[in-house]
Design a protein around this ligand. Structure first.
Ligand SMILES: CC(C)(COP(=O)(O)OP(=O)(O)OC[C@H]1O[C@@H](n2cnc3c(N)ncnc32)[C@H](O)[C@@H]1OP(=O)(O)O)[C@@H](O)C(=O)NCCC(=O)NCCS
Length: 373
């Protein structure tokens, strides 16, 4: 069977940081404004007063300390509370494609590949900025790639699900070199006016090059030992924004048109789901959980990752076994586990095995087992 390898990863990191202190200050100013506006209705018991957010809660509940965003001023403006993006003419590269190309160039350079050597581009992310033409095809054109491209969305598991599609295409011989790109502009789907979730997300883009081992040129290669995907329906993470909205005559700015979740339920249900999934995948590969040198896990919540690891290993593990990037990046949807893989793999030696695993809305869980060649 054709051996398939990951030969490069790339990262686009947005230029602006929002610290928890800045975030909380903006949210609390927004809440005060709302309470002032609604003072009479609050006094009459018709509307509930908004409650302030706190840095201490955010860090304790999630482990997140800051996030990167593409546009900061609009998010921190208490009269706006969302990023401000200028519409672009159709002839210009779209925002998702722009950050996709930046991460892709980084990944291609690491793999020693030119754009014209890529013959499939998968743009996999939790949100798409338009229906068509596919951002993947726009990225394909910008890089001078051949073959085909398509967009796909499996929420926070988009990257791992795309890696399996890429691996299968290379293994089946329908593509030789596949680029997976994960442009996550989560600042545009996050409800910055809701204190239960306003701290959760950050923007980023990751990219991964997957190709045949026998024609790869990169010195650093990661053999894909196996992939495993699973889904199980849940309403606990949901976003109702979609193309039917304008026909439903509902409010386009209503709460259900951005990200919302039952955080506690997600935490409780997804931890055992992810741990059992990883256990099953490793067992199918004939591996013990302790034989995995490093776990590059989805980055949504520090406590969640600690619990998944405790279930798997039966003990506390440190950042050397399961590195954390969410303190710096927050939850970057599908890109989180790929950022962890990108930033924390250089110290592994040939023969070391690792596991990339995502979990999120759907529910969806995806894992990719690798071995450094
Ligand atoms: C979102 C999450 C961090 C919230 O943490 P939590 O410990 O579950 O917190 P809760 O929502 O139960 O809230 C606990 C209390 O803090 C309060 N609180 C919520 N947000 C707050 C904020 N920003 N500041 C201060 N207090 C806050 C709540 O109102 C609640 O108060 P109460 O006990 O008086 O009712 C956590 O549930 C989580 O990460 N879940 C998994 C999410 C996930 O992985 N999602 C995938 C997305 S892709």
């Amino acid at each position: 069977m054709t051996r398939v390898v990951i030969t490069g990863t790339g990262l686009y990191r947005p230029p602006h940081v929002i610290t928890n202190a800045e975030l909380v200050e903006a949210f609390n100013a927004y809440a005060a404004l709302q309470n002032e506006k609604n003072a009479a209705r609050i006094a009459a018991g018709e509307v509930e007063a908004m409650v302030s957010s706190s840095v201490e809660f955010i860090e304790k509940a999630s482990g997140i300390k800051q996030r990167y965003v593409i546009e900061k001023d609009g998010v921190l403006d208490p009269t706006r509370m969302k990023p401000r993006f200028a519409p672009r003419p159709d002839e210009h590269l779209s925002l998702m494609a722009e950050i996709g190309v930046a991460a892709a160039r980084d990944a291609l350079a690491a793999a020693g590949r030119r754009g014209d050597e890529v013959d499939a581009v998968l743009c996999a992310a939790a949100n798409m900025q338009r229906a068509y033409p596919a951002m993947a095809i726009e990225i394909q054109q910008a890089l001078g790639a051949g073959g085909y491209g398509f967009d796909m969305n499996v929420a926070c598991s988009s990257a791992t699900f795309a890696i399996e599609q890429a691996v299968n295409a290379v293994r089946a011989g329908t593509a030789r070199c596949v680029l997976v790109v994960n442009p996550e502009i989560t600042s545009a789907h996050l409800e910055w006016r809701d204190r239960d979730c306003h701290f959760i997300f950050g923007d980023v883009c990751t990219a991964i090059v997957i190709e045949r081992d026998d024609t790869a040129v990169a010195a650093e290669r990661w053999e894909v030992l196996g992939t495993k995907l699973a889904t199980q329906f849940s309403n606990n993470i949901r976003n109702n924004a979609g193309f039917l909205n304008r026909c439903e005559d509902t409010d386009a700015d209503a709460r259900d048109k951005t990200f919302r979740q039952e955080g506690r339920k997600v935490f409780k249900e997804v931890v055992p789901l992810a741990a059992a999934h990883i256990e099953g995948h490793l067992a199918a590969l004939g591996m013990e959980s302790t034989q995995v040198r490093r776990y590059w896990l989805h980055q949504a919540n520090l406590g969640m990752n600690q619990l998944v690891m405790r279930k798997l290993i039966g003990a506390e593990v440190d950042g050397d076994v399961a590195p954390l990037i969410l303190d710096e990046y927050a939850n970057t949807a599908s890109a989180g586990s790929i950022i962890a893989f990108h930033a924390h793999r250089a110290d592994l030696v040939p023969g070391d095995r690792g596991l990339i695993c995502s979990f999120g809305a759907g529910y969806s869980v995806g894992s990719v087992a690798v071995r450094r060649v």
